[in-house]
Structure formats: structure tokens, C-alpha cells
Design a protein around this ligand. Structure first.
Ligand code: VGL
Ligand code: ZN
Length: 246
């Protein structure tokens, strides 16, 4: 069912509850039909974004409560035949690192030729322990790990397109050539790599869901609320893992 259908459904469900109330107070809970669940089909793919040691407790860019997504993502993984993971994969001295810009501190924003860049603590350097996908992620049937941000002078939050907004990673072509059209996004961090991946997936024509409870955000300078707003505008559907039929 589309978002519009779901809204209509919610509206008719609450109208029914109101009517029941007017008719003498039948218990609300009994008149509210269960929300239909979203079905995972063979055109659906789960994208697990950057569940890497650097973004988890003890990591150099730890996302608050990031570890809480792991059991949820493992559970989701069992319901998806198609799973793709991403790995933030930077060179040493990467342009997104504050340490590469003398006098700058993490979380400051600078202007680069391709636009504004938040500066981060060094993280996810190619081949290091911090860049490994967390050992507790248990989805052995995942089919592709796409690495991004591997060019020293360009960042890439999105799994589809680098921050220059021109260079593609190949993920859209991969999904399309496999006939996958419905993208479900999970992982870290909601307001950066998850949001950019979800919005680029929309731009590539996919139906896109972000599974909110399977994500956690960094939330620097209002970034989390801004990201949800931008995702909504681009047509990303915000759902919970309990909305899925599993
Ligand atoms: C991310 C900041 C820098 C992310 C990656 O995975 O959301 N955030 N690099
Ligand atoms: Zn990064």
C-alpha cells in the first residue's frame, strides 16, 4: 500500500473509532483494525549502512546508542532474501577528517569545491579494525558490500553517489540489473549516510523506506531533524521494524 493508502487507512480507522464512540462508547481498542503490514517481496532489498566499529561504542566517531541497531538489523536480515551492506572506507588523511585541516576541529564545517563538508574525527580508515563491520552483525547471506568515500579528496555519505554529486558508486545499476526496486535502509548514521543513501535511492527511482528503529543518528547542529525533513520531502517513507510483515 502506498503512503496515501496508509494515510487513508489511518483516517478511516480513526473515523470508525469516532463513530463507535458516538454510538455509545464501544471500546476504542476493539474498533481499531490492525495496521496492514508492509510485505517484503523478491523486489525488496535491505541496505545495512556502515555498522562499523568506528561508529559503535569505543569507536572514534561513535553514534549514541548505535549498538542498539545490531539485534534489530540481524532480525530484519532474516526476513530479506536480498541484503547489501556498506562500508565507509577512507584513505589515511582523508579530506573529511578535521586532522587534515590545520586549526580545524571535528564537527566544524568548511567549504570544499563540492560544497559544505562537516569535519570528522579520523574514522573508517581502509583496512583498519575501526573500518570493519561489527562482529555481531550476522547476515551471512548478504550479497554485496559496497565501499564508499575511498577517494582522498571527496567524501561520500551516500552509497549511490559521492559528495561531488557526480561520481556514482555503481549501486543503482547493480540493484536495477537485479530487478530490485524497493529499498529498505537501516544502519548508521540516520542523519548522514542513511539519509543521503535513502534520498539518492529516491532520485534513482526506487521506492524507499527508512526503518527508523534500525538506525541511530549523530545529531550535530540539528542535523537529525533536518535530515528527516529532507527525507520526507524527497518521498522517503519513515517506518518502524514492527510495520514489516516478517
Ligand atoms: C558517516 C560521518 C562521516 C555515516 C560517515 O556513516 O553516517 N558519518 N562518515
Ligand atoms: Zn566517513
Amino acid at each position: 500500500m502506498t503512503v496515501i493508502d496508509r494515510r487513508r487507512f489511518l483516517f478511516s480507522a480513526s473515523a470508525a473509532a469516532l463513530a463507535a464512540g458516538a454510538l455509545g462508547g464501544a471500546a476504542l481498542a476493539q474498533t481499531q483494525p490492525a495496521m496492514p503490514k508492509i510485505k517484503i517481496d523478491d523486489k525488496s532489498v535491505l541496505i545495512v549502512v556502515d555498522v562499523q566499529n568506528c561508529f559503535l561504542p569505543g569507536g572514534s566517531l561513535a553514534v549514541g546508542k548505535g549498538e542498539e541497531v545490531i539485534p534489530i538489523i540481524n532480525r530484519l536480515g532474516k526476513s530479506f532474501a536480498n541484503v547489501v551492506m556498506t562500508q565507509d572506507w577512507h584513505t589515511p588523511g582523508h579530506i573529511s577528517f578535521a586532522s587534515s585541516h590545520p586549526g580545524k576541529k571535528p564537527f566544524e564545517v568548511i567549504k570544499l569545491p563540492y560544497g559544505d563538508q562537516v569535519l570528522w574525527p579520523d574514522h573508517c580508515v581502509q583496512g583498519t579494525e575501526g573500518a570493519m563491520i561489527h562482529k555481531d552483525i550476522n547476515i551471512p547471506h548478504a550479497q554485496l558490500v559496497i565501499r564508499k568515500g575511498f577517494r582522498k579528496t571527496v567524501d561520500s555519505y551516500s552509497a549511490f553517489r559521492e559528495a561531488d554529486r557526480k561520481t556514482v558508486t555503481g549501486l543503482a545499476a547493480y540493484l536495477k540489473s537485479r530487478g530490485l526496486t524497493r529499498v529498505f535502509v537501516s544502519g548508521l548514521a540516520t542523519d548522514f549516510c542513511v539519509a543521503w543513501t535513502a534520498m539518492d535511492a529516491r532520485r534513482e527511482g526506487f521506492e524507499v523506506f527508512v526503518i527508523e528503529d534500525a538506525t541511530r543518528g549523530i545529531d550535530t547542529q540539528g542535523s537529525l531533524a533536518k535530515a528527516w525533513d529532507a527525507m520526507k520531502k524527497s518521498g522517503v517513507k519513515r517506518i518502524q521494524s514492527s510495520d514489516l510483515a516478517v
